[in-house]
Design a protein around this ligand. Structure first.
Ligand SMILES: NC(=O)c1ccc[n+]([C@@H]2O[C@H](COP(=O)([O-])OP(=O)(O)OC[C@H]3O[C@@H](n4cnc5c(N)ncnc54)[C@H](OP(=O)(O)O)[C@@H]3O)[C@@H](O)[C@H]2O)c1
Length: 338
């Protein structure tokens, strides 16, 4: 089968930074589906993994978002059948979606939204899983009772990136008041269109920005860009009994003591934890993707796709990586065969 990979870190404008090559087509066993890939998206994790790579003896295939058709099922598969059109974000410790076929465990897969084309659907799985788990598992917000969340305020650091663009929509649907950060006119417009009630600038001090909007304290904080710059501001802004979740972490050691007086909670979200550690609740990613698919099909949320490249090959994946590396990405970029 065709595949795209790398064997050492090179700048993305080097044609060898990602190259086309051939691999044997794998076979499905156990809980695995073999999926023929029709569209993939690129996330910052692709850049991080490629950039931090040692020199490899054989090429590595990355890519953590896919839409495709199930062509073969393992003997323990119960959730899907041959011919199903599926979408998923995959596992951190298995070969990625940048290939003609990919094996994926059925428990982290959902049926793709029927009303969306491949590109619009491929934009969603990784960011939607991350946003869902951060908001409704780690922050403990109840998605099903928006009336109970009325008046509760969520601050999102980085509203216009891939995760922010779906987190704003989900938080808005859950009844929260959403303050999202954005620093350019285009990103400010985008976050307002995607469910933010108000915006702040992440290049400025969040305490000043948020207090200027009239809020003394914030009930929930969702960090989607790194804790170093704003950690002490988050501690000052978080409400007593408030909750903070980060999907990124910090380069510096994190001082948790500054949350003690407020009795505030801090949690991490990593979308790959369930599949890497085969947790008991791993199948919840199937359930979340099923829910996201329904919300997309019934128009409650919209795809965050902004850029489409075709076909899936090394040249177009290098272009997609370049866009994500720019640190100016709004929503998502997808590479598709259709
Ligand atoms: N833990 C997990 O499971 C998980 C999952 C997905 C992503 N992530 C991580 O989450 C981060 C965000 O990824 P993403 O795909 O959502 O978005 P992204 O592509 O990193 O976001 C692009 C946006 O970042 C904003 N930005 C630039 N500088 C910023 C700053 N100093 N502070 C805040 N925002 C800034 C820009 O908005 P402006 O132009 O308005 O400045 C731009 O639109 C990445 O580090 C990624 O690796 C983690």
């Amino acid at each position: 089968m065709k595949a795209i990979g790398y064997d050492r870190h090179l700048p993305i404008d080097d044609p060898q930074s990602l190259f086309d090559f051939e691999l044997p087509t794998p076979t499905a066993s156990g809980h695995d589906l073999l999926v023929k890939i029709d569209a993939v998206s690129v996330n910052p994790v692709d850049i991080a993994v490629r950039t931090n790579s040692e020199s490899l003896t054989s090429p590595k295939v990355i890519g953590w978002d896919a839409v495709g058709i199930v062509t073969e099922v393992g003997n323990q598969v119960t959730l899907f059948k041959q011919g199903d059109r599926v979408f998923y974000a995959g596992s951190f410790i298995r070969p990625g979606s940048n290939s003609e076929y990919q094996l994926v465990d059925e428990r982290i897969v959902g049926l793709a939204p029927k009303k969306l084309d491949d590109a619009h659907a491929a934009a969603m799985p990784l960011t939607a899983l991350t946003a869902w788990e951060a908001l409704f598992e780690q922050l403990g917000i109840d998605f099903n009772h928006p009336e109970a969340n009325k008046g509760k305020v969520l601050l999102i650091n980085n509203g216009a990136g891939g995760v922010g663009s779906i987190a704003t929509q989900l938080a808005h649907l859950a009844g929260l008041t959403v303050i999202a950060s954005a620093s350019r006119p285009a990103t400010i417009d985008w976050v307002i269109q995607h469910g933010a009630d108000q915006t702040v600038d992440h290049h400025k001090n969040f305490v000043t920005e948020v207090r200027d909007l009239g809020y003394e304290y914030i009930d929930y904080i969702l960090d989607l860009k790194g804790l170093d710059q704003h950690w002490s501001e988050f501690a000052e802004l978080i409400a007593p009994n408030g909750k903070i979740v980060s999907i990124t972490g910090s380069k510096q050691p994190l001082d948790l003591n500054i949350l003690k007086e407020k009795r505030a909670t801090f949690a991490f979200e990593w979308m790959y934890t369930k599949s890497k550690y085969q947790t008991d609740d791993m199948i919840s990613q199937h359930e979340i993707l099923t829910k996201i698919s329904q919300l997309l099909d019934n128009g409650m949320i919209k795809s965050t796709l902004t850029e489409t490249l075709s076909p899936i090959n090394a040249e177009n994946l290098r272009k997609a990586h370049t866009l994500v590396e720019s640190n100016q990405m709004i929503g998502k970029v997808v590479v598709t065969n259709n």
